[in-house]
Write a protein that binds this ligand. Structure first.
Ligand SMILES: *Cc1c(COP(=O)(O)O)cnc(C)c1O
Length: 345
């Protein structure tokens, strides 16, 4: 089976597993796991932040991040298609009791004027009964926007406007390294325009679990309280942290291959009758398309390709294919053939 359903499907390699076996461990909750501590130092350094916190998942980084930044009743501004809105089971409402104001934008990347408009829509002064803003969220790269990259200028501008509104900026950096590898811009340069930013080790980086939230020392101390409150304090977590360190040391530059494979996939799909590409020039490791023009329903298409040994996913009315560590160029060529065959019926 060739799976392009998600880059979360990467399996730990033999090298990563071997590193995990020999990890030095201690009690993470007591801050005594040396491997976790080393990972946190590495992440703080890479992202240019004072402090960091190890969490089991990216979703938990968003849960703890939003909780630490906001108080109940506050407004969180985020793109309409952002992961916190679309894919976290209503977490912002459940855990943080916040209102989320969804900003419409074409590729998941909103501009400063969109943020200002959203704020004015919501809180028309001098009307005194509107909700109070609390946080601005950005997603790098933007998943459902097509694996799209925020430029430094776009981030700077949104950060600047957020500061004029006295709001912190939280970056969901699940795939921040995809942007870093694609543009050559350092992670810490993107992170400059955030108050908190986290990275995920279970996407293209290939680790079995783990994500790291970073920010100021004071922010991370409060975040640690919520991590414990939500049941996220760990014990001998160095086993997992070692896989994350291995990923930082071995799996970042190779994301380039995933980006090249995504371009090859898009090029291949572009030649197939009935395929409409939403990402003709994939920015990172995602290709979005529709097969509606072929007359085939999305669900039927996904069943057809699955029967031929290929998995993709349905996302937001379209089909998403994600390249990753466990997908080779030959797999991509095979995937294009399978899609073509499936649409021929
Ligand atoms: C995958 C993802 C998450 C959640 O990360 P998990 O580690 O799967 O919990 C959050 N945001 C974005 C943009 C993602 O793609």
């Amino acid at each position: 089976m060739i799976s392009l359903a998600s880059d979360t499907e990467t399996r730990p390699t033999q090298g990563m597993r071997a590193a995990m076996v020999n990890a030095e461990v201690g009690d993470e909750q007591r801050r005594e796991d040396p491997t976790v501590n080393r990972l946190l130092e590495m992440c703080s350094h890479i992202l240019g932040k004072e402090s960091a916190l190890f969490l089991p998942s990216g979703t938990m980084c968003n849960i703890v991040g939003l909780k630490t930044h906001t108080s109940p009743g506050r407004v969180v501004f985020a793109d309409r298609m952002s992961h916190i809105i679309r894919a976290e089971s209503g977490g912002p409402a459940f855990h943080s009791n916040v209102l989320v104001e969804a900003i419409p934008s074409p590729r998941g990347i909103f501009r400063a004027k969109d943020l200002l408009e959203a704020k004015e829509r919501l809180i028309a002064a001098p009307y005194p009964y509107g909700p109070a803003p609390g946080l601005v969220c950005v997603e790098q790269t933007h998943n459902f926007g097509g694996g799209t990259i925020w430029t430094l200028e776009e981030l700077e501008e949104v950060h600047h406007v957020s500061k004029t509104m006295n709001l912190p900026v939280h970056m969901d950096g699940a795939r921040l390294f995809n942007a870093v590898v694609k543009t050559g811009i350092k992670a810490s340069d993107y992170a400059k325009y955030t108050d908190s930013v986290w990275i995920d080790f279970t996407k293209g980086l290939g680790a079995p679990l783990g994500a790291v939230l970073t920010g100021s020392r004071e922010f991370i101390e409060r975040a640690r309280y919520y991590k414990h409150l939500f049941g996220g304090a760990l014990r001998q977590a160095g086993i997992a942290a070692q896989a994350c360190i291995f990923a930082l040391e071995n799996n970042i530059q190779r994301l380039n291959e995933d980006h090249e494979n995504a371009i090859a996939l898009a090029d291949g799909l572009a030649d197939i009758n009935g395929v409409e590409l939403f990402t003709p020039d994939p920015e990172t490791n995602m290709v979005f398309f529709s097969v509606q023009r072929s007359g085939m329903e999305t669900e039927e298409f996904l069943e057809q390709i699955q029967a031929r040994g290929l998995r993709m996913g349905a996302v937001g009315g379209g089909i998403r294919a994600v390249t990753h560590l466990d997908v080779t160029r030959k797999d991509i060529e095979e995937a294009v053939r399978i899609v073509a065959d499936s649409l021929k019926g």
